[in-house]
Design a protein around this ligand. Sequence first.
Ligand SMILES: NC(=O)C1=CN([C@@H]2O[C@H](COP(=O)(O)OP(=O)(O)OC[C@H]3O[C@@H](n4cnc5c(N)ncnc54)[C@H](OP(=O)(O)O)[C@@H]3O)[C@@H](O)[C@H]2O)C=CC1
Ligand SMILES: CC(C)(CO)C(=O)C(=O)O
Length: 347
Amino acid sequence: MKDDPRIVVFGSGAVGCFIGGAWLAAGRKVAFLGRERVRQEIADHGLGLSDQDGWRIHLAPELVDFTTKAAALKKADIILLTVKSTGTEATAKEIARHARPGTTVISFQNGISNAETLKRLLPRFDVVQGMVPYNVVRTGAGRWHRATWGDLTAAESEATRALAARIGDRPGKLLLARDMLPVAWGKLLLNLNNAINALSGLTILEELNQRDYRRVLAAAMIETLELLQLAGIEPVATGPIPPRLLPHAIGAPDFVFRNFLLRVQKIDPKARSSMSEDLAAGRETEVDYLNGEVVKLARSLGREAPVNSHIVDLVKQAEMGINRTWSAAELRAHILEGHQVVRGFGY
Ligand SMILES: NC(=O)C1=CN([C@@H]2O[C@H](COP(=O)(O)OP(=O)(O)OC[C@H]3O[C@@H](n4cnc5c(N)ncnc54)[C@H](OP(=O)(O)O)[C@@H]3O)[C@@H](O)[C@H]2O)C=CC1
Ligand SMILES: CC(C)(CO)C(=O)C(=O)O
């Protein structure tokens, strides 16, 4: 094997600190690039990570190389891009300016199009699409907790094969896939809940415990699955439930949902979607990169996606401070009124 690659996490927030920290704990050479407030937290408290399997680690401040200077990208053999999708273009410019051509850039961002955007803006770099299946929540100063299950996935290449072998097993385990498009769409199906969770103002568990929110989610999923079928894309499951069964498991009555789905896919009571964090912090959300991708796909097929496009509108209003939270009954009435999504299933 060649020398251990130097990894720089670009956009060290929830996902970046968790993945980078887990890989650092596995003995990899990791440096973090991010904002001053995160740097200060880690300088004061170190980096604390935990997961729902009981794994827990504390890395002392002197073990964590954290900088706010983009010039650190120069040293990278591999860059993990973990900014929100709204920051992809700006960070691509920093990569082009500071990093060495040929460097591998893995996008561990949600959505479908970030890797394509990076390939277009960084033609001399080795851009790789990645996927993060789990939720990461900040539980205190310098502390992040992985709140749901699953393993990272990235497109298979020489660089990612060598990296996966070096990382080894959980918690930072990296799986490889030949074709990432069906993997990304499989994840996007779950991310359709991000907007509903953000509009609910609740934790994911509190939100999903209310069937009317689940009805809206099931409808958004059915709409997406129909369009994917038309486009000839077979999404890959993220988690234990096959994509085509997801809306039925989600939209099912409370008793079935709690005794079936919540048993096979446990959800930490602290978990909130990343979009919920954005809305609460007054940031622009990733809705255009999630539900907005469904609307784009529909257009490309000469169709419409009324449920997802309605959700995009509500999130944009919420970003402007209009109707920031919706009760389950209000959201269902507002979005599903007039939409007979699947006859016979009662969503
Ligand atoms: N959180 C989660 O549980 C999950 C998130 N994801 C996806 O992972 C990606 C990252 O999400 P998440 O970790 O939650 O996001 P965070 O906002 O927690 O982290 C991103 C960090 O990058 C910083 N940043 C942005 N631009 C720059 C820049 N130019 N230079 C330095 N730092 C910068 C941000 O600062 P600032 O806010 O000041 O811009 C922020 O601190 C998203 O695509 C998200 O959808 C995927 C799975 C789970
Ligand atoms: C893991 C999941 C689906 C949790 O909502 C997520 O991707 C996010 O919060 O962005």
